[in-house]
Design a protein around this ligand. Structure first.
Ligand code: G3I
Length: 442
């Protein structure tokens, strides 16, 4: 009897212990990302105002609902067309240009003070049957579409997905599955089409930033290295390119170590002088349970932290608003299937992944010092004694230096007024001529 009582008591204690343990561990999980009322957009704008230029954004179809429009204008300040600016939408027939969808989204962005990300000029997919892959087709298409949107696009995806997963150029199909398909552009023109497309885009819209955009470069080293060699070559030869887009279609296996690897890859891009955009993020959850969504939130958090730690990483964009809208619900290739990959649920509610982004951005905001007020300009060209005026004393100082009477001028940076690489009597004469009003400046 006594034994039975003790046994029941032990069981009761175990139940209490397990209940307390479960509740407390759940509360630890859910407390991981603080929830504030700051919209993502407002944090991005405050970061940019502090001198850390950063955009947060999304892709939407031009047919997006009123509810989605509210989400987009509240939460984001960069937007892209999911499909409305692809050649298959704009130009289903040769010579036809349907700009309606693209125009309406560009107008939406402009009227809500957002910047626009154009997607995309040249891709091996979504091609209407008339596209023959020739240079003249490519040149004409980019010239016309680029001119139509000229001045309204902040950054254009000029080339999308031109490298295969083994790091080679996408020319003929390799392996199995749609993502390893060939490119009619490369087949007809050779890989020179890549730089020609960038030159076409620069000509069509000289002020737009030009981007190379691809998937799996976050984690696939061979693919990243193939892309990197191409970019290095472009930069060294002055081919117009400004940015790299890491699409960010992530899987539940994406880890903190992968995020560290991504950070190292971003640094290599930054070292080339190129900006980085994370363009199409949808991080699949392992499942839709609470812990699955929490795990997904971690993936978003690691990704955000990597981007925000890299000064050249300028934006993160999610590829859609609500889970139900994601292409990953019904991908062409089953390997792309993902559970609930976005940051709003089917009803438009904020998921843990939303709060993970919010927290990463708030942490970056708190860690960013306000940009220093502009320091007083050093004295201007010609003012070699730094006294705030350009006068005959500056000309005399240069003359004295030139004939060896003084070992140096005070401010050599201001002395070479004709910018010929030498400080000599010509600079002194120019300053004298400026002083007596014979020339307006240097
Ligand atoms: O609009 C038609 C509709 O009229 C028709 O009834 C229906 C029947 O299938 O198709 C609709 O078009 C679909 C379109 O999405 C709009 O929903 C196309 O079939 C479908 O192929 C298209 O898929 C898009 C895919 O690119 C191909 O363009 C996805 O929405 C879009 O999310 C996806 O985005 C790509 C990026 O551009 C590049 N990176 C990878 C990313 C995911 O694949």
């Amino acid at each position: 009897m006594k034994f039975k009582k003790n046994f029941i008591g032990t069981i009761k204690k175990m139940i209490i212990f397990l209940t307390v343990f479960t509740v407390s561990s759940l509360s630890i999980v859910y407390a991981q990302y603080a929830q504030t009322n700051d919209s993502l957009r407002s944090i991005a704008e405050r970061l940019t105002a502090k001198g850390r230029e950063f955009y947060i954004g999304c892709a939407v179809p031009s047919s997006f609902s009123g509810g989605d429009q509210t989400i987009v204008r509240t939460e984001f300040n960069i937007v892209t067309c999911e499909n409305d600016m692809k050649i298959g939408t704009i130009s289903p027939n040769r010579g036809q240009y349907n700009y309606g969808g693209g125009d309406s989204l560009v107008n939406f962005a402009q009227s809500n003070n957002m910047v626009f990300h154009g997607h995309c000029f040249i891709w091996h997919k979504y091609l209407p049957g008339w596209v023959d892959g020739t240079k003249s087709t490519m040149d004409t298409y980019i010239a016309n579409v680029g001119a139509h949107f000229r001045g309204k696009i902040y950054v254009w995806d000029v080339i999308n997905e031109a490298i295969q997963r083994d790091g080679s150029f996408r020319i003929n199909a390799i392996g199995s599955g749609g993502q390893d398909g060939g490119s009619i552009w490369a087949q007809r023109q050779g890989v020179k089409y890549l730089e020609d497309a960038l030159r076409d885009a620069h000509q069509a819209d000289p002020n737009a930033k030009l981007m190379y955009n691809d998937y799996a470069i976050e984690t696939n080293d061979a693919k990243f290295n193939g892309m990197f060699a191409m970019l290095q070559d472009f930069v060294s030869r002055g081919v117009p390119i400004d940015a790299v887009g890491f699409q960010g279609h992530l899987y539940p296996e994406f880890s903190q170590a992968d995020a560290n690897g991504l950070a190292a890859k971003m640094q290599r891009i930054a070292d080339l002088g190129l900006e980085i955009y994370i363009t199409e993020v949808d991080g699949g959850a392992p499942d839709t349970s609470a812990s699955g969504l929490q795990h997904q939130a971690d993936i978003y958090y690691w990704l955000m932290k990597a981007c925000l730690a890299q000064p050249m990483c300028r934006a993160v964009q999610v590829w859609g608003i609500r889970d139900s809208q994601s292409w990953r619900n019904n991908p062409e290739d089953p390997v792309d299937k993902a559970y609930a990959p976005l940051i709003f649920n089917d009803s438009g509610g904020k998921k843990p992944a939303y709060y993970a982004i919010q927290q990463a951005m708030l942490e970056a905001l708190n860690a960013t010092e306000p940009s220093p007020s502009p320091s007083p300009q050093p004295s201007s060209l010609g003012d070699v004694n730094n006294n705030g005026v350009v006068d005959i004393t500056d000309a005399l100082l240069i003359s004295q230096y030139y004939v060896g009477l003084i070992p140096s001028v005070f401010n050599a940076a201001n002395a070479d007024v004709n910018n010929d690489g030498a400080i000599n009597i010509i600079d002194a004469l120019l300053i004298a001529r400026y002083y007596v009003g014979l020339i307006p400046g240097f």
